[in-house]
Write a protein that binds this ligand. Sequence first.
Ligand SMILES: [Zn+2]
Length: 353
Amino acid sequence: MFEKLTGNEQAKDNLRRILQAQRTPGALILAGESGVGKKMFAIEIAKSLNCLSPTAGGEACDMCAACLRIARLVALSEQKEPEKGENIFWSEHPDVGLVRAMGTIIKIDQIRELERETNFRPYEGRARVFIIDEAERMNEQASNALLKTLEEMPATSHVVLITARLDALLPTVRSRCQIVRFAPLSADEIEKHLTQHRKPPLPSDKIKLLARVARGSLSRALSLDAETYRTKRAPLVDAIAALAGEMGKMDRARLLRVAEELSDPKRKDEYESALDALEILVRDVWLLSLSNNNAIEITNADIRDKLAPLAARTPSRRAARWLTQIEDVRRTLAVNINRRVATDALFLSMGDE
Ligand SMILES: [Zn+2]
């Protein structure tokens, strides 16, 4: 049942209408930022189409053998890396499978096998459902093979494409599919989900922090640890304090030390999340600098008393410029520049009055 999935009420309504009318299209695209639950929605569709005792609205019961076996697909696929020759990763239900990238691309062999499989009648359930995760990873040949598959597919087969980059799919593929769009989750929705489902449970101040730092992505919120985040955040607050000061010699040295730590090649995987954390902090300082209003909502609410005096010393247009400068670095990272050089340059240019 869609009810137990968090957020995206509009996407739920769309999918409910489709299931209720018993007119599930042959090809659906679930599009929207990563980490908002698109794969769980795709599983829900596969369950609904094969449930042994669906609700009056056509949704899955969540209890029958078919629902339970299909539901395990996500956990199973996460336990097992794609292996050579695995064109389709099968669930425990013979009519539901997942196509995922081998390395970085989804290859034509995978789509050819998908085509063969879509031509069979369901073995056990009422519909064959194939989920293509990260569909934007299909190369051109694979995309063209998929087009052909969709043209000739029997009504009992369905393909659900999942993508965070709708614009990277071929226009001809997009136009053959019904598109359901997903939005980032609100901090309140993430907070509610973490309160109900996080194991082990967390105190509410940590949940509040994670819900805000995750910026709309439930999976990011679930993978973050509040203490780790706070530890990483401390030197960044230091850096902002140095920037908000008069930038004496000491401050400059402090800044470059933070820059050096941030771009440490040993912590390569953490670089982007550190840049995220810096951006969120600067945005908070900017928000606080705009208004004297104590009620204004900030992400790092737990250190408001540290950030407020920094904001008081920072003109809001300076903070706004910092945000642009961080965005610029993010863009240049996409073209693979030296992180160390970029980070030093970022902090030094942020230091310009
Ligand atoms: Zn069921």
